[in-house]
Design a protein around this ligand. Structure first.
Ligand SMILES: NC(=O)c1ccc[n+]([C@@H]2O[C@H](COP(=O)([O-])OP(=O)(O)OC[C@H]3O[C@@H](n4cnc5c(N)ncnc54)[C@H](OP(=O)(O)O)[C@@H]3O)[C@@H](O)[C@H]2O)c1
Length: 299
């Protein structure tokens, strides 16, 4: 096993581990053990959110993992996210003060003094969107979040921050995989020093959230495999999931112990130029894990 310990710079002070452990759809009951096991398997970045309703248990897992692996708090990169409110779901939009209060609630539930990255979960903040960003800037100023960013923001939302003369986010966490490559958004982010963090990297797998009752926008057609990823993975002697995860800064979620190990065992191969070109040609445009315009999705 070759644990992949690559990091990427996030801002002048912070580096982010390329592979993080995702915890969406991991219950409060399961999260402690899952996060503990992830840390013991070499994960050094844990991703949660207020809206995942598992922060207490994720925090307990971080403490257990740190203690058992003989690590320090500084060795683990912790991300959590503001639930900004969503008018389409009848929710109040958080203002600046409520944003800071929500952050303090997350910190308390996690049982931490600081997080490494705090994100606005989605650009649903409407008239409060900029005030929510002002809240995050204040949290960073207080040193309670080492870096701050957004998630699911388009160029339009990032431009809004720029036009207000405010510092830009350190990162934008977005759905990114060969079927959803967002080249224009990525180019804009690169130009403006905003790091991409990929979620739902495994979405092209035919089995991805395919079980009944799993939250997914995946259509029957998307469950059909054309065999291209399987052939490429076989060439490198890895699984299709490992191939997809080797492609960027990612956050795989798995409750399956073998898959949890496999998903960070990425250091033993490099995707060659021809295969990178083939992957580039697979873009289908739209995100499939969570469409921002669709108010029925819960992440
Ligand atoms: N900011 C946002 O709006 C946003 C949105 C979505 C996700 N995220 C973050 O990103 C993380 C990852 O995204 P995600 O949970 O949507 O999807 P994902 O990690 O791409 O895929 C998870 C699914 O793939 C399965 N899986 C995991 N490893 C596998 C492997 N090696 N082979 C085959 N199947 C495998 C998992 O099942 P098993 O557990 O049974 O292995 C699970 O059903 C989330 O947990 C969350 O932290 C953020």
């Amino acid at each position: 096993m070759t644990v992949y310990q690559q990091t990427f710079p996030l801002n002048r002070e912070t580096a982010i581990p390329a592979v993080g452990f995702g915890t969406y759809l991991i219950s409060q009951e399961d999260a402690k053990e899952a996060v503990r096991a992830a840390i013991l398997n070499g994960y050094r970045h844990i991703d949660t959110a207020e809206v995942y309703e598992n922060e207490e248990s994720v925090g307990a897992g971080i403490r257990a993992g740190i203690a058992e692996a003989g690590l320090a708090r500084e060795d683990i990169f912790v991300t959590t996210k503001l639930w900004q409110g969503h008018a389409a779901w009848g929710q109040k939009l958080k203002n600046e003060e409520e944003t800071v209060a929500a952050f303090n609630g997350s910190l308390e539930r996690l049982g931490l003094d600081y997080v490494d990255l705090y994100l606005i979960h989605a650009p649903h903040g409407g008239a409060e969107r900029l005030n929510q960003w002002r809240g995050l800037l204040e949290i960073k100023r207080l040193g309670k979040a080492r870096s701050i960013g957004v998630s699911n923001y388009s160029e339009k939302h990032l431009e809004e921050i720029k036009a207000a003369g405010l510092p830009l986010p350190d990162a934008n966490q977005i759905e990114l995989h060969p079927w959803s490559q967002k080249p224009e958004l990525l180019a804009y982010m690169k130009e403006n020093g905003i790091a991409p963090i990929a979620y739902s990297s495994l979405a092209p797998l035919s089995t991805w959230r395919a079980q009944p009752g799993q939250d997914s926008a995946k259509t029957e057609a998307m469950k059909i495999s054309d065999g291209v990823l399987a052939a490429m993975a076989a060439k490198y002697g890895v699984t299709e999931a490992q191939l997809l995860l080797r492609w960027g800064a990612v956050l795989p979620k798995s409750l399956n112990p073998e898959r949890m190990r496999q998903n960070i065992d990425l250091g033993g191969f490099v995707i060659d130029a021809a295969d990178l070109a083939s992957l580039k040609a697979m873009d289908r445009g739209d995100g499939i894990a969570w469409s921002i315009g669709d108010p029925t999705h819960t992440d």
